[in-house]
Write a protein that binds this ligand. Structure first.
Ligand SMILES: NC(=O)c1ccc[n+]([C@@H]2O[C@H](COP(=O)([O-])OP(=O)(O)OC[C@H]3O[C@@H](n4cnc5c(N)ncnc54)[C@H](OP(=O)(O)O)[C@@H]3O)[C@@H](O)[C@H]2O)c1
Length: 263
């Protein structure tokens, strides 16, 4: 399978890195395009093909990812549309807020034909094969959906879902990376105030978060079941947790998640 990525910024670049590492593709089977040579420079060392011509990139892929800012979507799709083989290729929009109906309108020809189309929302951890990726089949058969699921299984965890859930998915998993990192920062700052050097405090916090996630994944438990195991009645952990709740911890997380939903 050959893959093309149009747009090589934070997300497109992370996807290329993840695809190179995923073990399903050879670097030579990946083509990436962006308008500026300087943007593409770092990808040359990965062994992928680079081009400033989006049409060349489009023709090179069995699966073509469009990963530009949403306001450039219509322009870029208008540019590549004629280069798309509607019978052979799978087109994937990785652009938050661009709807399936918009994609169908922009790809629709006068004969009403559509390519196989998906919306996919990974998160930035795809660069290290730890993405939470949502796959929405917009105009796709089961075979193409299975291809996408296998690809994103190799770069982390994937979930095939409905377009109506993408706003929630984006705030939970794409913005969610930033929210989780803010927790790392906050705990690290607390650790420094309590006497650790910043670097040590961050290592401690990251390993603790990893341990919490590993425990939940291994046990399949609800978080509160694991919390009950470490909260001695009248002890320090419950005092710390309750103090965080008095300051609005759960409420502020839920409010932040809701605020991060695209309108
Ligand atoms: N960042 C995330 O966590 C995240 C998560 C999910 C989805 N997304 C989606 O990913 C998309 C890209 O976001 P980003 O954060 O990666 O943006 P970004 O860092 O600004 O990167 C945009 C890239 O698009 C390239 N580009 C600009 N005009 C182009 C054109 N006409 N043809 C081809 N490439 C062009 C830019 O190339 P130059 O550098 O050469 O100008 C740049 O490499 C957005 O639609 C966003 O919704 C992002």
């Amino acid at each position: 399978m050959k893959i093309s990525v149009i747009g090589a910024g934070a997300m497109g670049g992370a996807m290329v890195e993840g695809f190179v590492k995923c073990g399903m593709l050879a670097a030579a089977d990946i083509t990436v395009s962006a308008p500026h040579e300087a943007t593409l420079e770092r990808f040359k060392s990965l062994g992928v093909n680079v081009t400033t011509d989006n049409k060349v990139a489009t023709a090179a892929g069995d699966v073509v990812f469009v990963v530009v800012k949403p306001w450039l979507a219509e322009q870029v799709i208008g540019e590549i549309r004629a280069a798309v083989d509607y019978n052979r290729q799978i087109i994937v929009s990785v652009m938050a807020g661009v709807s399936g109906s918009q994609l169908k309108e922009w790809f629709g020809g006068t004969d009403g034909k559509q390519p196989r189309l998906f919306i996919v929302i990974p998160n930035i951890a795809i660069a290290v094969k730890s993405s939470m990726t949502f796959i929405v089949p917009v105009n796709a058969d089961e075979e193409a959906t299975a291809v996408m699921a296998a690809l994103f299984d190799s770069t982390g965890l994937q979930m095939v879902t409905e377009e109506r859930l993408l706003g929630a998915a984006t705030t939970l998993a794409s913005c969610g990376i930033a929210y989780a990192m803010r927790y790392v920062r906050a705990s690290t700052e607390g650790g420094v105030e309590l006497g650790f050097k910043a670097r040590d405090a961050q290592r401690i916090v990251m390993q603790t978060m990893k341990g919490a996630v590993d425990l939940l994944q291994a046990s399949g438990s609800h978080p509160e079941v694991e919390i009950d195991k470490v909260t001695t009645p009248g002890g320090m952990t419950i005092r710390g947790l309750n103090e965080m709740e008095h300051a609005g911890f759960t409420s502020s997380v839920i409010r932040g998640l809701k605020a991060g939903m695209s309108k």
